[in-house]
Design a protein around this ligand. Structure first.
Ligand SMILES: O=P(O)(O)OC[C@H]1O[C@@H](O)[C@H](O)[C@@H](O)[C@@H]1O
Length: 234
C-alpha cells in the first residue's frame, strides 16, 4: 500500500525537494551568493548554473556545497571566505523563506498521512541547518519522530551526504537496522548516501526531469518516482 518492501518499518525522508518545495529556494539563494562571489573575483568561468547546483551542491551540507562548487572551478579559498559565501547564501535563503514560505508537496503530505495510518514510523534526515524552521513552516514537524539536520551533522562531526552517516544516524535514532529503513531522496548525493548505507529501499524523487531519473537509477535507486503519491498506487 505504501509501495515499500514488507520488512521496511521506518521511512527516512530528506526534506528540501522531497517533503517541501524549498529546494528551489536553496538553488536560487546559492546562485545569488556564488554569482556575486564570482563577479567580485573577476572570474571568467561563467555564472553558477542549474547543472552546477545538481552536481556539486544539491543535498550536501552548506560548507561542503561551497567547497565542492569552488573546486569544480579550480578555486580554493580559506575557511573564512568559504564561510562568508555560506552566510551570504543563508541570508538569501531566509529572506526567500520569509517571502515565499515553505509548503509541503500535496503528494508528500498524502504519503505522510498514509504512513501514519499504516504504522510506518518516520524521521527526517536533511543536510540543512534550517530543518526545524522549514518543517515548522510547512506544518510537517508533527510527522517526524526524529530529525537529523545540518546542526546534528556539525555537532556530531558526521560526514555529509553522499556519505551515508546522517542516514545511519537516523536509523540508529529510530532503533532499526538500515535494512529495515527506506530512504527518500531528490538529490543524487542523497541517493548515493542511501545506497552506500545499504538501506532496505532507496526511493529517488525526480523533481527536475532531464537526465535526473536515469542518474538516480545509475546511482542505485531502487525506484524513481516524480511524486510520493505515485507510490500509493503501487
Ligand atoms: O544552508 P542550509 O539551510 O544549511 O542547507 C544546506 C543544504 O541542504 C540541503 O537540504 C539542500 O538540498 C541544499 O541545497 C542546501 O544547500
Amino acid at each position: 500500500m505504501l509501495g515499500l518492501p514488507d520488512d521496511v518499518t521506518v521511512a527516512l525522508f530528506d526534506m528540501d525537494g522531497v517533503l517541501t518545495t524549498t529546494a528551489v529556494l536553496h538553488q536560487a539563494a546559492w546562485k545569488k551568493a556564488f554569482d556575486a562571489f564570482l563577479t567580485e573575483r573577476g572570474d571568467t568561468s561563467g555564472p553558477f548554473t542549474d547543472r552546477d547546483y545538481l552536481d556539486y551542491v544539491d543535498g550536501r551540507p552548506r560548507l561542503d556545497g561551497v567547497r565542492s562548487f569552488l573546486a569544480s572551478r579550480g578555486i580554493t579559498v580559506d575557511d573564512e571566505a568559504a564561510a562568508a559565501i555560506g552566510d551570504a547564501k543563508n541570508e538569501e535563503f531566509l529572506a526567500a523563506l520569509d517571502r515565499d514560505g515553505a509548503r509541503a508537496y500535496p503528494g508528500s503530505l498524502r504519503y505522510l498521512q498514509a504512513a501514519r495510518e499504516a504504522g510506518l514510523r518516520v524521521a527526517v534526515v536533511t543536510s540543512s541547518k534550517n530543518g526545524a524552521k522549514v518543517l515548522d513552516a510547512a506544518g510537517l514537524a508533527q510527522f517526524a519522530q526524529h530529525r537529523v539536520d545540518g546542526n546534528t551533522i556539525v555537532a556530531e562531526n558526521l560526514p555529509g551526504k553522499p556519505a551515508p552517516d546522517s542516514y545511519l544516524r537516523g536509523a540508529q535514532l529510530m532503533g532499526v537496522t538500515p535494512a529495515q529503513a527506506a530512504v527518500f531522496e531528490d538529490a543524487i548525493s542523497g541517493v548515493q548516501a542511501g545506497v552506500a548505507g545499504h538501506f532496505g529501499y532507496v526511493v529517488g524523487v525526480d523533481r527536475v526531469g532531464g537526465g535526473q531519473a536515469d542518474a538516480m537509477r545509475a546511482a542505485g535507486a531502487s525506484i524513481v518516482v516524480t511524486d510520493l503519491a505515485d507510490l500509493l498506487q503501487s
